[in-house]
Design a protein. Structure first.
Length: 161
């Protein structure tokens, strides 16, 4: 893939990629922007070796997810529901965001389940496509989706009480 092709493809998916990362980061748009920038730099630096343009979106999403996981491991983030709500209330840009409760709930489920839920329901990827992105079997993805839905349901039910 040439640098020009890379730039053209990124321009086409930039909004969806950022939206995905903001959701993955539970509404923390600053963190999502940092991860997006780092992921796109990594992808740009290795785009010469990328060959299958039809799988470009899956490739970028995977780099974004791996960058997110690396960032979480490095920072050893352990943010709870109360911290998310306090931070969202303090940050005027994020406090206007309508999905704070969902982001807080997503923050309380495991990363793999969150990734599967977001790729499937937010980005519209099929189970097979998600399996390719996260390098897992289709059965594993189905299990992550099922567990993720159950975890979200229980977290949202608890918050409603």
């Amino acid at each position: 893939m040439t640098r020009e092709q890379f730039t053209s493809h990124v321009e086409g998916i930039q909004k969806a990629f950022r939206r995905f990362l903001v959701a993955l980061c539970c509404g923390d748009s600053s963190l999502a922007d940092d991860i997006a920038q780092e992921a796109l730099i990594k992808a740009y630096l290795s785009c010469d070796s990328f060959r299958d343009i039809n799988k470009f979106n899956a490739w970028i999403w995977r780099i974004g997810y791996n960058t997110f996981i690396s960032d979480r491991r490095a920072a050893k983030i352990s943010v709870g529901y109360d911290s998310i709500m306090d931070r969202a209330a303090a940050d005027s840009a994020d406090s206007a965001f309508r999905y704070q409760a969902l982001y807080a709930a997503l923050n309380r489920i495991p990363d793999k389940e969150r990734m599967a839920i977001l790729l499937h329901y937010m980005e519209g990827y099929s189970v097979k496509e998600i399996a390719d992105i996260i390098d897992a079997s289709q059965d594993a993805v189905r299990q992550q989706l099922s567990r993720g839905r159950n975890h979200l349901r229980s977290v949202l039910d608890l918050d409603a009480v």
